[in-house]
Design a protein around this ligand. Structure first.
Ligand SMILES: NC(=O)c1ccc[n+]([C@@H]2O[C@H](COP(=O)([O-])OP(=O)(O)OC[C@H]3O[C@@H](n4cnc5c(N)ncnc54)[C@H](OP(=O)(O)O)[C@@H]3O)[C@@H](O)[C@H]2O)c1
Length: 199
């Protein structure tokens, strides 16, 4: 398969590439230094990326910003960071990519455990994650040409504990290589409309 991985240089994206590259042709995407440049917060760059790429068999999205901060200091603008980036950025990869993925191909998005479990100062992330999962459940049955749509919901990654550890005391982190297996199941399996939880 020819697989587009958006966020390929990241903690999750890098592990997904490592898992899939032995069996597939990987196109790495990101804002900088990738095979193809894209900023998922700018829909016109998504359109341009797909036009340059031609057909792919699968799209994996492991990118998207969110705002961390106390609810008392939350504003419309801060909430919109996750909505515009992690939520709409990934959804636009689906909507603008529908005509560019081969029959029977797949889209795999990324949410996270915060859709279900509250963590201090993460309400904006919970919102984005929950909305991504709801969209996947709602949209998968309408996908054309046998296209599949899933989302992976990881817990905090072992590799990210130095950064996020203080917010996730008592959580069992998952190594990126294990999280990457959920993306493999989505891309290389047959299921659709699924939230593949790694927690
Ligand atoms: N790490 C965790 O513990 C964890 C757990 C659950 C969920 N998640 C979610 O998984 C996603 C990826 O997390 P991560 O830890 O792997 O992040 P990361 O290490 O910071 O990597 C982010 C990747 O996305 C790319 N990227 C960032 N903004 C982009 C944009 N606007 N357009 C296109 N590409 C962009 C980056 O490359 P460029 O900078 O070159 O664009 C990089 O390749 C996030 O949405 C995060 O919320 C992470």
């Amino acid at each position: 398969m020819r697989i587009l991985v958006v966020g390929a240089s990241g903690t999750i994206g890098g592990a997904v590439v490592a898992e899939l590259a032995a069996r597939h042709d990987i196109v790495r995407a990101g804002r900088r230094g990738a095979d193809v440049q894209v900023d998922i917060e700018k829909p016109e760059t998504i359109t341009a990326m797909y036009a340059r790429l031609g057909r792919v068999d699968a799209v994996v999205a492991a990118a998207g910003r969110v705002h961390f901060g106390p609810l008392a200091e939350m504003t419309d603008a801060k909430l919109r960071i996750g909505i515009d980036s992690k939520l709409l950025g990934q959804l636009n990869l689906v909507l603008l990519g529908l005509d560019h993925v081969a029959d029977g191909g797949s889209f795999t998005l990324t949410s996270g455990i915060l859709s279900e479990v509250p963590v201090l100062h993460c309400a904006g992330t919970s919102l984005a994650n929950g909305a991504i999962e709801a969209f996947v459940r709602g949209a998968a049955p309408e996908m054309p040409r046998g296209l599949r749509l899933n989302v992976v919901s990881p817990t905090v990654l072992t590799e990210s504990m130095p950064k996020y550890g203080p917010s996730f005391r008592g959580f069992e982190p998952a190594p990126a290589a294990r999280v990457a297996l959920a993306y493999s199941r989505s891309v290389e399996g047959v299921q659709t409309g699924q939230v593949f939880k790694v927690h």
